[in-house]
Design a protein around this ligand. Structure first.
Ligand SMILES: Nc1nc2c(ncn2[C@@H]2O[C@H](COP(=O)(O)OP(=O)(O)OP(=O)(O)O)[C@@H](O)[C@H]2O)c(=O)[nH]1
Ligand SMILES: [Mg+2]
Ligand SMILES: [Zn+2]
Ligand SMILES: [Zn+2]
Length: 390
């Protein structure tokens, strides 16, 4: 039995006992309808064919049309699962952060970067493995409606709605197929299913706590996006227009404390025990600080483009960010992390690569030039032995 979290509803399921979904290959037509369980658990209202558990030792015949079903699906939320999910242990990586911390931009850039750059770097095939990424009608719709306006049209996305059932809590599931890594002579599966959810900042408050309670504890690794613009000590070093300031002062520590509290409760941890889930603490929008930094700063340097995660480079960035936090008078975050987590690391990324026009919501005319956005994921994947640790 291999218990993993469904990448769509985040319920723990047995990946060797999945449900079946009709593929509509019968003589009679089956009808695709909205699935109430799917709507309840994932917010996805798009129609799908019947999902069912076949009777013991019986072929998976669809109760609707009688044809053999070929697709596998989550027994809880009835969402079709990528084939690579069957019998694998795929890590779930969550992205959380405060309102306006840059999660949507980061996720969009990361998804594209993983497909186009990281795949090449690791000689892996990385692709979107869901029919309806982020609630879109399909992969093509995601490309046209989300990616094109941003990457080609240079328009920043609007704030993620917390109350619209159509674009909230819907994950983008990516499939990474690489060479199986050899460890201690044992071949491990080269496939990894990554599930990203772009939660609206408020989800961590009272608003949609039940979702966070389900989602956060099943994550094998967390990326916590922190907005340096919400730190008065950091803002004092910049000359930001009012439109750039989206979260209130002190939000980063508040967000982390809330995550800590939630994890402690859900994982039933005693007060003196530290949380073991690795967390990548990511300061976004770091491009805004470039002009005030040393030219030789590891934060400004490009990450080594090798097929693996370079620990020494990661450590150098970690220490530099820690020093920055001191300058920004934000060492209380560091204290909190040290007291509560046994495995955390700092990252500084820029999804855009240059400051946007905050007032007009436009990307720099030079386009989107991601800087170090994949570092946190690679650090987490190296922990799962999914990529080499160098
Ligand atoms: N300088 C700089 N600004 C950024 C970057 N990424 C995002 N921003 C700014 O931050 C704003 C918010 O980014 P989003 O990605 O929408 O933030 P979010 O966390 O999804 O926000 P909510 O959905 O409202 O919670 C953008 O409109 C930009 O002004 C970056 O890499 N550099
Ligand atoms: Mg957003
Ligand atoms: Zn059918
Ligand atoms: Zn599910």
């Amino acid at each position: 039995m291999s218990r993993v979290a469904c990448p769509f509803c985040f319920t723990r399921i047995d990946s060797s006992h999945l449900a079946y979904q009709c593929t509509n290959r019968g003589v009679t037509q089956c009808t695709a309808e909205e699935d109430p369980e799917r709507t309840r658990l994932t917010g996805n209202t798009l129609p799908s064919f019947p999902t069912f558990m076949p009777a013991r030792n019986m072929p998976p015949t669809c109760p609707g049309c009688g044809a053999e079903a070929l697709r596998r699906a989550c027994p809880q939320c009835h969402t079709a699962l990528p084939l690579a999910f069957i019998d694998t242990n795929s890590p779930t990586i969550g992205i959380v952060g405060s309102k306006g911390s840059g999660k949507s931009v980061l996720m969009m850039v990361l998804i594209r970067q993983l497909r186009e750059q990281v795949g090449k770097r690791f000689q892996a095939a990385v692709r979107i493995a869901t029919d309806q990424p982020d609630g879109s009608e399909g992969v093509e719709a995601y490309r046209v409606n989300r990616e094109e306006p941003f990457f080609d049209g240079h328009a920043l996305p609007p704030a993620t709605q917390e109350d619209s059932t159509t674009n909230r809590r819907q994950s983008v599931v990516m499939l990474w197929q690489g060479e199986p890594a050899r460890r201690l002579g044992v071949r491990r599966s080269g496939s990894t299913v990554l599930s990203f959810v772009d939660t609206a900042g408020e989800d961590l408050n009272s608003y949609d706590k039940t979702f966070s309670q389900r989602y956060l504890p099943v994550c094998n690794g967390l990326i916590v996006a922190l907005d340096p613009f919400a730190l008065p000590g950091a803002r004092a070093r910049l000359n930001l227009p009012p439109a750039a300031v989206l979260s209130t002062d002190g939000t980063p520590l508040e967000v982390i404390s809330r995550i800590t509290e939630l994890l402690r409760t859900e994982l039933r941890l005693k007060q003196h025990k530290k949380i073991k889930v690795p967390i990548a603490v990511v300061f976004t929008k770091i491009d805004a600080f470039f002009s005030g930094m040393d030219r030789g700063s590891p934060v400004m340097a490009k990450a080594p483009q090798v097929p693996g995660y370079t620990q020494a480079d990661g450590q150098a960035v970690h220490e530099t960010v820690r020093a920055l936090m001191h300058d920004w008078e934000a060492s209380d975050i560091d204290v909190h992390l040290r007291l509560n987590y046994s495995d955390f690391q700092y990252f500084a990324v820029s999804a855009l690569g240059a400051e946007p026009d905050y007032d007009q919501g436009r990307v720099d005319p030079g386009g989107v030039r991601p800087h170090r956005v994949e570092d946190p994921i690679l650090w987490l994947l190296a922990k799962e032995n999914k990529v080499a640790s160098l």
